[in-house]
Ligand binder design. Structure first.
Ligand SMILES: NC(=O)c1ccc[n+]([C@@H]2O[C@H](COP(=O)([O-])OP(=O)(O)OC[C@H]3O[C@@H](n4cnc5c(N)ncnc54)[C@H](OP(=O)(O)O)[C@@H]3O)[C@@H](O)[C@H]2O)c1
Length: 316
């Protein structure tokens, strides 16, 4: 096909190259975007680990996945991103299995919890789950990732990063808690982390590729699990949902593109190409200036190391 026609062609799951021989871990894989990502990776031949905090939900998701991807190699692994003990236990078990990790999808997330909640480690739950848990998981799995010939880390951020601020004196919302501010900060942290990881991988001459993505606005369980359907924003979202939102399978496309396309490059931010990036096909998009602040990204990295006790000795 001519090059300009190739460029105009919208990316779909049909363009996922065979993932046979690759092992992928997807956090929060029992629902929404994580489930759809796991399903398509399994269909493409990857050995997929579904990281789930709830064993029953994990089993139900695996059953559903195997019905949609007959013969797939998939399994549920216990992984609570709101617990550093759980993250450490998983990483240790995974290392003991002696397999390499080719693809890590940092997807699990909670949004706009109405009241300030804390994780087992005393972190504000959104910052702790969405950012710190994944920072720790990625660092602890780094030896298994770097053992892969072509490791990738995909971190799922959000349009909500645009209103996010990293307030180093209020990281756990200890001074003030606003549900959407805490969510925005955690999703901004996802972008800053993905970009800083990419910078460090390049500096270390590693083949590791780190890409941030956002799914636009997608119908999943995240509203019910977070603000619920009574909040004003949630009510507005429900009314406009049919117009602006896309199904979870479409919301997973930026993740799947970043995870598998030979054209995805480290340090990119990928999202939908439609109106206001709310839905559409995956393309490179740009975060707001706050997502490009390398000084804040570097400082957040150091603070995250201190808070989690996880460092990245191979990528200093
Ligand atoms: N949907 C959207 O429009 C949208 C927009 C922007 C960004 N995102 C991002 O997309 C990602 C996936 O969200 P989604 O929309 O697919 O929502 P979802 O359907 O609610 O899925 C979230 C997943 O994360 C899991 N999870 C939450 N806390 C966890 C923890 N402590 N440990 C392990 N897993 C945990 C949930 O597990 P349980 O089922 O056990 O709760 C669920 O599997 C999130 O990072 C979210 O911020 C979504």
């Amino acid at each position: 096909m001519e090059a300009h026609l190739m460029a105009a062609r919208k990316w779909t799951t049909e363009q996922i190259p065979s993932q046979t021989g690759r092992t992928a871990l997807v956090t929060g894989a029992n629902s929404g975007i994580g489930y759809q990502s796991a399903l398509e990776l399994a269909r493409s031949g990857a050995h997929v680990l579904l990281g789930c905090r709830n064993a029953a939900k994990g089993r139900a998701a695996l059953d559903r996945l195997l019905r949609g991807a007959a013969g797939a190699r998939a399994e549920v692994v216990e992984l609570d991103m709101a617990s550093l003990a759980s993250v450490r236990a998983f990483a240790m078990t995974f290392a003991e299995r002696g397999i390499v990790l080719d693809l890590l999808i940092n997807n699990a997330g909670v949004m706009a919890l109405p009241t300030r909640e804390l994780t087992q480690d005393g972190f504000e739950r959104q910052f702790g789950t969405n950012h710190l848990g994944h920072f720790a998981l990625t660092g602890l799995l780094m030896p298994q990732l770097l053992a892969s010939p072509a490791p990738r880390v995909v971190t799922v951020a959000s349009l909500a990063h645009r209103n996010g601020k990293i307030e180093f004196d209020n990281l756990q919302s200890e001074r003030k808690y606003k549900p959407w501010d805490a969510y925005g900060a955690s999703k901004l942290a996802n972008i800053l982390f993905a970009k800083e990881l990419d910078r460090r991988a390049r500096a270390a001459h590693s083949t590791l590729v780190s890409v941030a993505v956002h799914p636009g606005v997608s119908t999943t369980n995240i509203i019910e699990n977070g603000p619920g359907s009574n909040g004003l924003k949630a009510m507005v979202l429900k009314i406009v949902a049919p117009v602006i939102m896309q199904p979870d399978a479409a919301g997973a496309l930026p993740t799947l593109y970043a995870a598998t396309s030979p054209n995805a490059r480290g340090g990119e931010y990928v999202g939908p190409d439609g109106w206001m990036e709310m839905k559409g096909s995956p393309v490179e998009v740009q975060p707001r200036a706050n997502g490009l602040d390398t000084a804040v990204g570097a400082r957040l990295w150091t603070v995250s190391e201190a808070l989690t006790g996880v460092t990245y000795p191979a990528l200093v």
